[in-house]
Design a protein around this ligand. Structure first.
Ligand SMILES: Cc1cc2nc3c(=O)[nH]c(=O)nc-3n(C[C@H](O)[C@H](O)[C@H](O)COP(=O)(O)O)c2cc1C
Length: 191
């Protein structure tokens, strides 16, 4: 699959198979994040890989899934993520404007995972205080976001947006994700 095809076929995944993701692949994802663009090359981000079953069980209730259709978009019992990568920021290195670095790093991880057949969901709706305590994250670090990972057990489909931007599930529990049409967002030369 070309990189372009990989990008087009990627969707956020919220139902996973109980199959583990290897440590080798998890390391590969963080390595892809490490080499992402970084403003002034400051590299304020670090990554906590959470794959241990006890910690995963504690982390799961700290995450909020698919707000528009909650709770229907939640991973069902037995279909929870099998690993997480918690993206943290060293505030002593950078305390403002690190979100662009995080965006580039997380997208690198999402696409690297997808190339390995691993689905992911990038989560910003997370209980940062609880997670910080649970993972013993030092004071001078902030949690940016959490990437949930696992082999996909759903196949969401993209739709041309007609009115509403809210994704929905049909009777077969397939998630439909509306995207704005190319002609509505592209501007050549002048607006
Ligand atoms: C910055 C950011 C934060 C997100 N936070 C959440 C989240 O907290 N929970 C969730 O279920 N999905 C979250 N998502 C996933 C979006 O809901 C998803 O990208 C969007 O619905 C489009 O679907 P797609 O990723 O399949 O194209 C987030 C996505 C981004 C880019």
């Amino acid at each position: 699959m070309s990189l372009y095809e990989l990008i087009l076929s990627r969707r956020s995944i919220r139902q996973f198979k109980p199959e583990p993701v290897s440590k080798e692949i998890l390391e590969k994802l963080v390595n892809a994040a490490r080499l992402a663009p970084s403003a002034s090359n400051l590299q304020p981000l670090e990554f906590i890989v959470v794959a241990e079953a006890g910690l995963r069980k504690q982390l799961f209730p700290c995450l909020k899934w698919a707000g528009y259709i909650a709770p229907e978009g939640n991973p069902k019992p037995g279909h929870e993520p099998v690993a997480y990568i918690v993206v943290i920021v060293n505030l002593q290195v950078k305390d403002k404007g690190y979100e662009w670095d995080a965006g580039a790093a997380v997208e690198n991880m999402i696409l690297t995972a997808w190339a390995e057949g691993i689905g992911s969901c990038w989560l910003l709706s997370v209980e940062r205080k609880n997670i910080k305590e649970m993972l013993k994250i030092p004071m001078n670090y902030k949690i940016d976001s959490v990437l949930a990972l696992g082999y996909p057990d759903e196949k969401p489909v993209v739709e041309d947006m007609e009115g509403s931007l809210k994704y929905w599930k049909d009777k077969q529990e397939c998630l439909h994700v509306p995207k704005r049409k190319l002609k509505d967002i592209i501007h050549f030369n002048i607006f």
